[in-house]
Design a protein around this ligand. Sequence first.
Ligand SMILES: *[C@@H]1O[C@H](CO)[C@@H](O)[C@H](O)[C@H]1NC(C)=O
Ligand SMILES: *[C@@H]1O[C@H](CO)[C@@H](O)[C@H](O)[C@H]1NC(C)=O
Ligand SMILES: *[C@@H]1O[C@H](CO)[C@@H](O)[C@H](O)[C@H]1NC(C)=O
Length: 297
Amino acid sequence: MSENHELIPRSVLIPIEGVLLADHIAKNYDAVSAFCPDPSDLLIATYPKAGTTWTLEIVDLLLHNGDLEICRRAPIPVRTPFLENFARVGIPSGLDLLATMDPPRVIKTHLQFHLIPKGFWENKCKVIYVARNAKDNLVSYFHFNHMNLTHPEPGPWEGYIQKFMRGQVPWGSWYEHVKGYWKERENKNLLFLFYEDMNENPRREIERIMRYLDLSLSDDVISRIVEQTSFKNMTTNPTVNYSFIPEPVFDHSRSTFMRKGIVGDWKNHFTPEQAGAFDEDYEKKMKEVNIPFRTQL
Ligand SMILES: *[C@@H]1O[C@H](CO)[C@@H](O)[C@H](O)[C@H]1NC(C)=O
Ligand SMILES: *[C@@H]1O[C@H](CO)[C@@H](O)[C@H](O)[C@H]1NC(C)=O
Ligand SMILES: *[C@@H]1O[C@H](CO)[C@@H](O)[C@H](O)[C@H]1NC(C)=O
């Protein structure tokens, strides 16, 4: 690690209602919790690295009839404010940004279900949740925690698996996150999507989102959105590939924001022993629900 990296304050994690959050997010949580959305606002919730930016870009394109120019009007965190986030290089905090925008807005969050501001449920806002299988999500988060220099240092791989299993990572336990939204999916106005389904058949999932948003776009427009949100196009789109967040926040030399975008990369990281131990623990934590995750296609 270069000297340079030691100067960057990696955040400390603080529990809020049982969920570890980066200190600057935790100390601002009361204001976030009090945020009152408009009924027309749309919330996109995910555990970090589960297809968030991908879904945000798809939704922005759907809402603008696939217009590429409009959807390049600003970097994705400016188009779609990150609810609980603090200000970063040139991008205001989520709440400050929301205060400048008129509804309907597309809002991103990584908060667990019970931490979502109550106003979203009271106003019956539409909510899209995207879930990614635990092992691939862990691998992606491991790499991301290396490149997002404001996150606590992930440490070595083996220890990181333990931290992830214990929920000792920013935004807390993957297991509680996914279960929280899954259990409420029928009680709320919530579309529950799987990253693996989006990978397998993007068009089908994009059309599913379109219907949820009560939109009806032509086949041509849908085809364009499918192409435009392919992994390859996303990595070279400067408004979504996060090259606009430079050091000292993101170190793109350690890992790129869009790394592989595939299903099953966990096999290149977990040893058979690690996978076995992980799966055993997973069964215990997830036994009360039966969420049809796929770890390969
Ligand atoms: C990088 O980490 C900080 C601190 O947790 C977080 O607020 C920020 O949103 C992260 N960046 C992204 C793109 O998630
Ligand atoms: C990227 O998007 C453009 C414009 O929609 C399209 O022509 C091109 O085929 C896409 N590339 C890939 C690799 O999907
Ligand atoms: C993001 O896209 C721009 C424009 O295509 C490209 O120059 C840059 O290298 C990309 N950044 C990353 C980190 O992939």
